[in-house]
Design a protein around this ligand. Structure first.
Ligand SMILES: [Zn+2]
Length: 197
């Protein structure tokens, strides 16, 4: 692995998302790591977001209510192939276009295994709460990349819609999020026929 840092001056757009621009120092870190990554049991999620205009968002749920701390179905917005509470295999389902996606909170620092937003500095992420058409709320939040121009203005409860990469890379950033009713789609992304804006 090689690592190389380069100081970014204060005019770099990476500073724009910060509330502490005067004190902040950001370096561009060039890290070269090569390895083969398998998505294993959650590969179906990535297959879903790589279909461009035909893309779908998949989640998983576990209906083994008696095996859970509280007897209820658990819905994993970021899919898990097996349940975190009872270790049973989960069931896959599609988030329909009638699902609603809300901003819960925001972050410019995300560290998750395999997170792929680092190529798109600054990292501007909304944590998304999803509600199914039958008003069931999924039990976990998902981190969704949002455009920097939208980031500052987003507040808790704002509604978002997904758009998908036209040339998928098999990474989490193949899906990006825009405000509902948005007319500006980020460059390189397209709406899916399954999720009207
Ligand atoms: Zn379970």
């Amino acid at each position: 692995m090689t690592v190389e840092d380069r100081f970014l001056d204060a005019t770099d757009k990476s500073y724009k998302a910060s509330k502490h621009r005067d004190e902040l120092i950001i370096v561009e870190r060039n890290v070269n790591v090569k390895y083969k990554k398998s998505y294993g049991g959650i590969s179906r999620y990535f297959q879903g977001i790589m279909k461009k205009e035909d893309s779908v968002l998949l989640y998983t749920f576990c209906a083994n209510e008696s095996g859970h701390d509280e007897p209820r179905v658990i819905h994993y917005q970021v899919p898990r192939a097996d349940c975190a509470e009872c270790y049973c295999l989960t069931t896959w389902a599609k988030l329909s276009g009638q699902s609603k996606f809300f901003v819960e909170t925001k972050s410019t620092a995300v560290s998750l295994a395999g997170i792929s937003f680092m190529n798109d500095l600054p990292v501007t992420v909304a944590w998304i709460r999803t509600v199914l058409p039958d008003v069931t709320e999924l039990d976990t939040l998902a981190a969704g990349m949002v455009a920097i121009k939208d980031y500052d203005g987003l507040v808790k409860g704002d509604e978002l819609r997904p758009v998908f990469r036209q040339e998928p890379k098999a990474t989490a950033s193949d899906v990006m999020w825009v405000r509902k009713d948005s007319v500006e789609i980020p460059e390189g992304y397209t709406p899916s026929k399954h999720y009207a804006l």
